[in-house]
Design a protein around this ligand. Structure first.
Ligand SMILES: [Zn+2]
Ligand SMILES: [Zn+2]
Length: 477
């Protein structure tokens, strides 16, 4: 896995606390594994759970992006669908003396599967799991009504030693009546109603006394029952008070059986073998760049380094820095950034030469990019004026939105002053028929900002912020 793919950050929203926060994907996976599988399980089972929880996160992330109708600003996923997560430190109270070893194991399971998710037809699967299946998992249509090709029934004898292999619960009739909101016949005597396989073949005399009755395999006279069970009279009936319910397994039976996975791991099977056993036909792959790291895939962006050549109308700083050179430098960095994010990029110039405004507009109108972005540095007669300014063609709401995102990114990352986004009627903004903006990064006329512009890292950072603004724009439109 490439380095840049290891640190994927996601913006999250917690419904319960109404808080938004940013978290690294891998740390999130750790927390989700901690609260969804016992940590005394085998490391390979914990690896399975890590891959499952990561798949759930990525699937939700993709799902959100595909439903752009809702404008959920700043949020990639919400954690409403997940089990209540708590910070790892709080497990000290729960795991006690096992805390250190469990954390070590958890970190190993997550690290060794870093980036891995479950795919079917190249899409993250709905990675369902349950504590114990009790003999076989389920076909999805028997639970949810939908046929899902990778959620097929598989036999599983592995969970037979789980605490859920066979359970019974004794539930009083009144409780059943209350929970199910039904009336059972508990308050009158089941005088002559047999309970099959228990009390049958009841014969009474005219006075209602039991002459004979079969209980279990044996036939008894009424008198024998009275003596053996110490009942007051042969005029008796019966009345069930408690029903014992039996259950095998725990959960809905879809997908991975956790206790089964643990038993398979203890038999020496790998996480991959286990996952492929419970999820039919899936693949395990590291998250591909295109999954979330290429958010500008398919976008055409035209970057316009303003001015250029001898006698262009660009500004010159008090220390001699030329605007045209800075514009070109930032634009070239921006080209690289945008390409890395998956966009196709065109430049109106890639060297120090004169390109007339009409030609720049013609290039844009031939290519029809998604956005046309002019890069400038500002100038004012008084040296103290500073900050970032962005113009958009009046009435172009998409350009205005993009300007907002870029302004936010630039002022936050470069710590420059927000001088506002403004509608304008400049020649290029007017002549370019696609959405276009004009970015004045900082004031070349301000010696402090001129000095900042001399630093290649600053110019690179500026390019990165503009690219970030574009990503944020596309994330929510
Ligand atoms: Zn099972
Ligand atoms: Zn300029």
């Amino acid at each position: 896995m490439a380095d840049n793919e290891k640190n994927i950050y996601i913006n999250m929203y917690d419904n319960e606390t109404d808080k938004a926060f940013t978290k690294s994907l891998e740390n999130m996976v750790k927390q989700l594994v901690a609260c969804s599988m016992p940590l005394n399980f085998h490391i390979e089972a914990l690896k399975c759970q890590s891959i499952i929880m990561r798949t759930k996160l990525i699937r939700q992330l993709k799902h959100r992006k595909e439903h752009r109708g809702k404008k959920i600003k700043e949020v990639d996923i919400t954690i409403e669908d997940f089990i209540k997560i708590i910070p790892l430190e709080e497990y000290k109270e729960i795991w006690k003396e096992n805390y250190e070893s469990y954390i070590k194991k958890l970190e190993e399971a997550v690290r060794e599967t870093a980036g891995d998710i479950l795919l079917f037809n190249n899409k993250p699967i709905d990675a369902r799991f349950h504590p114990a299946c009790g003999g076989s998992t389920e076909n999805s249509e028997n639970v949810d009504g939908n046929v899902i090709q990778y959620l097929r029934k598989v036999l599983c004898s592995y969970c037979q030693d789980s605490p859920y292999s066979l359970n019974y619960q004794d539930i009083p009739i009144e409780k059943i009546e209350e929970k199910l909101d039904v009336k059972l016949t508990s308050n009158h005597v089941l005088r002559d109603i047999p309970i099959y396989n228990m009390i049958e073949d009841i014969v009474r005399d005219k006075q209602g006394r039991v002459i004979k009755v079969r209980i279990g395999e044996k036939e008894f006279s009424g008198r024998e029952i009275v003596e053996l069970l110490d009942i007051n009279s042969t005029r008796f009936g019966w009345q069930p008070q408690i029903i014992r319910f039996f259950s095998i397994g725990k959960g809905d039976g879809l997908g991975l059986c956790q206790y089964g996975a643990n038993a398979m791991a203890e038999k020496g099977m790998s996480a991959e073998q286990i996952l492929k056993y419970y999820y039919t036909g899936v693949e395990i792959k590291a998250i591909r760049g295109s999954c979330i790291n290429k958010p500008l895939k398919g976008k055409l962006i035209m970057v316009d380094p303003a001015h250029g050549g001898k006698g262009g109308e660009g500004h010159t700083g008090r220390q001699g820095l030329e605007e045209k050179d800075i514009n070109l430098s930032i634009s070239l960095y921006l080209e690289k950034e945008l390409q890395d994010l998956g966009a196709k990029v065109f430049l109106t110039r890639n060297e120090d030469k004169i390109v007339h405004l009409e030609d720049r507009a013609r290039m844009a109108n031939d290519i029809m990019p998604n956005f046309f972005i002019s890069i400038h540095q500002n100038y004012f007669s008084h040296p103290s004026k500073s900050g970032t300014e962005i113009y958009y063609f009046k009435g172009d709401m998409a350009a205005k939105e993009l300007a907002k995102e870029i302004m936010k990114a630039l002022t936050e990352d470069l710590k420059t002053l927000d001088k506002g986004i403004k509608p304008a009627d400049f020649f290029l903004l007017r002549s370019v028929i696609v959405s276009s903006i004009h970015v004045e990064v900082v004031y070349i006329s301000n010696p402090i900002e001129e000095t900042m512009l001399m630093d290649a890292d600053f110019r690179k950072k500026a390019a990165k912020s503009i690219a970030k603004g574009l990503v944020n724009f596309y994330r929510y439109v």
